[in-house]
Design a protein around this ligand. Structure first.
Ligand code: MLC
Ligand code: AMP
Length: 502
């Protein structure tokens, strides 16, 4: 029975005793071991009543088991909904409720807090392979009768914050993920001989789909690290052939004296994405190592859209031409194409583009045009030879260390604090994270704000990476004649905040 994504990524490896995951402690998960575990998980999900099309929410730290849950969902036809472990219980409750997930899998340590917030049943799976879900799985068969799925069926639901503060679930089909995996593996020339240095989280497009699916479809292996840690990176580097990272990975590696042409001589490819890679970083990396970082561009909603070439010129400050089979154009507000070289809204169409926002037909219609072009919110220009340059964003979005933060969500949390009249949240250049979150506050008349107290209060509702690194109290927010807060004035005023005090 067909299941295009499972057939292409996983089925070919059933029974294969080839290495798939190299773990820092030295142990290896073969493809076969991984898929037997995934089959046990698929049986367990089915026993919990999850059927094809149902959603499984997962908030656990990175581990081989966490990845096996993804494979289990694909095999059982269950829609995979991974969540950042940094999310607080109220944030998780929103995702689980909105998606009407049939089950939430979390760590034992988080169970009590989540039980109070979430309506769905909860099972646990810890990084060491223990937990109630693991217990139920251990006596299950190590094979599973793969669920029949079609290319248009959903494979994953990935939540992305919205400009209104309410997160939207991006519906990703089997075809979206498969077309991108096939295209990227070919473009970047991944083979069964590759070992990808994998230090990214696996709850986002980059670490889960780009990194993992490309490796799987090529039949390669991964040096699978729990997180980015320079010591672990340099320990794993000798076995790796390629690495994918966000720009912060590259600036942190450049800060490390171990990075050299010698330590990276055997590597064939370094890829960057999820946030702008400064041309200076590109140049410095090449000067130190001799490797030209390959930058590509994508989004949760579109998977990957453009990439610098593998063999041709990797041009710093650009994200390369569109992928084969993907169309891009630069448009005005009405979707009309602008003349070549002009800056405008980047719109994308192709098999990579998601099918819409979960139960939000109005938002889907506002962002996907009737002819199928998706409005990315990124401002770009296209060079005469087809290279795309992302020059800015037409969406109020902060990208910090590769994580997205929508200011509106943080502003709503700040405005709810006693004594706060209003707030504006901005992104300020940061040497390590690219951008950092800063909150500008106005106090209610006659009130003095205690910013430390406000910061502490925010930690109950907002994940740490969304919390402002700095809170600044001002008398009034700058507004234009329409009454709209002029964030550009605030950004200019505080532009150098992290130059001397990161
Ligand atoms: C951690 N913190 C962050 C943060 N990550 N704060 C802001 N932004 C981030 N990205 C918090 C920690 O909780 C900690 O808080 C403090 O900041 C410092 O932590 P750290 O130890 O320096 O951070 P670290 O754990 O090393 O993580 C930094 C990082 C990580 C950059 C390695 O964030 C990371 O792996 N980012 C990758 C994100 C990613 O995969 N994005 C892909 C999205 S998909 P405290 O209070 O404890 O000090 C996508 C599509 C596409 O965008 O095109 O790919
Ligand atoms: P996300 O919603 O987490 O998928 O983030 C997608 C956003 O990250 C895009 O809309 C861009 O703004 C940004 N992005 C991803 N890759 C790049 C890149 N190479 N250069 C600049 N911005 C990028």
């Amino acid at each position: 029975m067909p299941n295009p994504l499972f057939d292409a990524l996983f089925a070919q490896h059933i029974g294969a005793n080839t290495p798939f995951l190299h773990l820092p402690a030295g142990s290896i998960w073969t493809h076969d071991r991984f898929l037997r575990r995934a089959a046990q998980f698929a049986n367990t999900l089915t026993d919990h009543g999850l059927k094809p099309g149902d959603r499984l929410a997962v908030q656990i730290s990175k581990s081989p088991d966490a990845l096996a849950l993804y494979a289990a969902c694909v095999q059982a036809g269950v829609v995979f909904l991974p969540l950042n472990p940094a999310y607080t219980p109220p944030e998780v409750a929103y995702f689980v409720d909105d998606s009407d997930a049939g089950l939430l899998i979390c760590a034992d340590d988080d169970r009590v807090a989540l039980q109070g917030a979430v309506g769905a049943p909860i099972e646990t799976l810890n990084a060491d392979g223990t937990g109630t879900f693991a217990q139920s799985a251990q006596d299950q068969p190590e094979t599973f009768s793969t669920a029949t799925r079609s290319s248009d069926d959903l494979a994953a639901l990935l939540y992305t914050s919205g400009t209104t503060g309410r997160s939207k679930g991006a519906m990703l089909t089997q075809a979206n993920l498969l077309s991108n995996a096939e295209t990227l593996a070919e473009l970047w020339q991944f083979t069964a001989d590759d070992c990808l240095l994998h230090a990214l989280p696996i709850f986002h497009t980059h670490g889960l789909f780009v990194a993992t699916n490309v490796t799987l479809i090529a039949g390669g292996a991964m040096a699978f690290l729990p997180k980015f840690d320079p010591d672990a990176i340099f320990a794993a580097l000798p076995r790796a052939t390629a690495m994918m990272g966000v720009p912060t990975f590259y600036t942190r590696l450049l800060d490390d004296p171990r990075l050299s042409a010698k330590t990276t001589t055997h590597m064939r490819l370094f890829i960057s994405g999820s946030a702008p890679l400064l041309a200076d970083t590109h140049t410095a990396f090449e000067a130190r190592t001799g490797h030209r970082i390959l930058e590509r561009y994508g989004m949760t909603e579109t998977n990957m859209t453009t990439s610098n070439p593998y063999a041709g010129e990797r041009r710093p400050g650009t994200v390369g031409p569109p992928l084969p089979g993907v169309e891009v154009k630069i448009c005005d507000d009405n979707g009309n194409s602008l003349p070549s070289g002009e800056i405008g809204m980047l719109e994308v169409r192709g098999p990579n583009v998601f099918s819409g926002y979960w139960q939000m037909p109005d938002k889907t219609a506002a962002e996907i045009r009737p002819d199928g072009f998706f409005i990315t919110g990124d401002l770009a220009r296209i060079d005469p030879d087809g290279y795309v340059q992302i020059v800015g964003r037409d969406k109020d979005l902060i990208i910090s260390g590769g994580f997205n933060i929508y200011p509106k969500e943080v502003e709503l949390a700040l405005d709810a604090q006693p004594g706060v009249l209003e707030s504006a949240v901005i992104g300020i250049p940061h040497p390590d994270m690219g951008e950092a979150v800063v909150g500008i506050l106005v106090a209610e008349p006659g009130t003095t704000l205690d910013t430390a107290e406000i910061s502490t209060a925010l930690s109950a509702s907002l994940a740490r990476f969304k919390q402002p690194r700095r809170l600044i109290v001002v008398d009034a927010l700058p507004r234009n004649t329409m009454g709209k807060v002029q964030k550009n004035i605030l950004r200019d005023a505080h532009n150098k905040l992290f130059d001397t005090h990161p």
